[in-house]
Design a protein around this ligand. Structure first.
Ligand code: FAD
Ligand code: EPU
Length: 347
């Protein structure tokens, strides 16, 4: 361990050969050549100077819940741990709530749910941090971050310039944004601000939410929808504290309507959703049809209740999970003629 000084004050502590096991939800035992945590925004100028020494070999980490490490990281890993939630503005209709990048996403959501601020309740219990949520425009149960995203603050890693991004600059799409594509690796996201409703408009369009509300015996409210979503998620998705995983390993593929019609002729039960003149297919269904659900080889497997989730039962390596992913891609391609793309970031 050593300290990085700025104006003779130690502001950044750097650890060497640092285990990332507890910082990735797949639980991969890999090391960062160097590792540091940023818990105060005042550390940013020193961080920017430090990054300059690594020739691009820098990886930011939030909760590590969308990462598959297949090898050690031969550079600097920076875990963003800045905390804070603040109401920054409001009017009769809306309240603007800002979360610092290192704030746990679900803590931020529950802060809003408890105050009856509407818009994020369907995104309850998604792992990870506030700073990462715009990167793949996280989504669940009929809602995406882009629906209530107001703006984010970021700093350019190249110029050190601080700037704001509004929705029209973020190119949000399904599991996608400019930060995953043309702006990838160029900005550190510092905070995200949401515009939430004081008079909530609830979204209970996702099939299982009304049924869960009914079994809870509750009318739809911000709190009850959050509770229903939480229950549904717990019933399907493995808890990373118990079984290593990064949620859906693949994106749901989006195909032309013509390709969908051909698939539907061959497979009348294929689940599908309209998506801007295209059709989104359920990758989990296709993986299950290929016989992978519940598959296990050593400690690498496919979750028994959700075939879209690859799991590490303990000692699987990233390469074993990756090999399994390639086998799944190949069998889905061979059976359905559809190419699955990973959703997780593979290092
Ligand atoms: P990390 O995995 O740490 O990082 C993800 C990417 O963002 C990396 O490229 C990293 O370098 C970059 N990054 C992180 N922080 C910053 C920053 N401050 N500035 C710039 N770049 C940064 N996702 C969904 O969309 N919907 C779901 O329903 C869902 N369910 C899940 C369920 C489980 C059980 C798990 C384990 C994951 C699930 N996910 C889901 C995926 C995951 O929770 C999200 O992608 C989440 O936003 C990742 O956040 P993180 O902080 O863990 O990001
Ligand atoms: N299905 C199967 N078998 C399976 C899994 C799913 O047949 O093993 C079928 C279901 O019966 C349903 C359809 O596939 O007809 C969709 O399943 P589900 O509602 O469980 O959602 P998903 O498409 O598998 C997506 C997101 C999740 C998100 C849920 C809820 C992606 C890649 N995944 O999963 O996000 O939580 O919807 O909205 O879009 C994540 O991104 O990490 C993630 C967990």
């Amino acid at each position: 361990m050593y300290l990085c000084f700025m104006d003779s004050n130690p502001v950044i502590t750097i650890h060497q050969n640092f285990s990332l096991r507890q910082y990735n939800t797949f639980g991969m035992q890999v090391n960062a050549r160097e590792y540091t945590e940023i818990s105060e925004e005042s550390q940013i100028p020193a961080l920017l100077r430090l990054i300059g020494r690594y020739d691009g070999k820098v990886l930011f980490l939030g909760g590590g819940s969308n990462m598959l490490f297949t090898q050690d990281f031969n550079g600097l890993v920076v875990r963003i741990a800045t905390k804070g939630i603040e109401i920054v503005d409001q009017d009769d209709e809306f309240v603007y709530v800002r979360g610092m990048a290192g704030e746990t996403w679900d803590d931020f959501v529950q802060y809003c749910v408890l105050r009856n601020f509407g818009g994020l309740e369907n995104l309850s219990l998604i792992p990870g941090n506030v700073g990462s949520c715009p990167i793949q425009n996280i989504g669940a149960y009929g809602v995406e971050v882009k629906d209530t995203f107001y703006m984010l603050d970021a700093v350019s890693l190249r110029t050190g310039e601080f700037r704001e991004f509004f929705p029209d600059e973020c190119a949000f799409g399904y599991r996608s944004s400019a930060f995953k594509h043309e702006l990838k690796g160029q900005y550190l996201i510092l905070s995200v601000t949401f515009r939430l409703r004081k008079h909530p408009v609830l979204n209970t369009s996702y099939g299982s939410i009304p049924a869960e509300l009914e079994s809870l015996g509750e009318e739809p409210t911000v709190r009850s929808v959050a509770k229903a979503v939480t229950n549904i998620r717990r019933s399907k998705l493995p808890d990373p504290q118990e079984i290593g995983n990064a949620g859906s390993f693949f994106k749901n593929p989006v195909v032309s309507n013509q390709q969908f019609n051909e698939l539907r002729t061959a497979y009348p039960d294929i689940p599908a959703y309209a998506a801007d003149n295209l059709t989104k297919l359920a990758a989990g269904w296709m993986i299950e049809q290929c016989g992978w659900k519940g598959y296990r080889e050593g400690d690498a497997g496919v979750h028994a209740r959700q075939a879209l989730v690859l799991v590490n039962y303990g000692t699987a390596t990233g390469s074993q999970i990756y090999t399994l992913a390639i086998q799944i891609i190949e069998s889905v391609r061979s059976k359905f003629g559809v190419i699955l793309e990973p959703e997780v970031n593979i290092i």
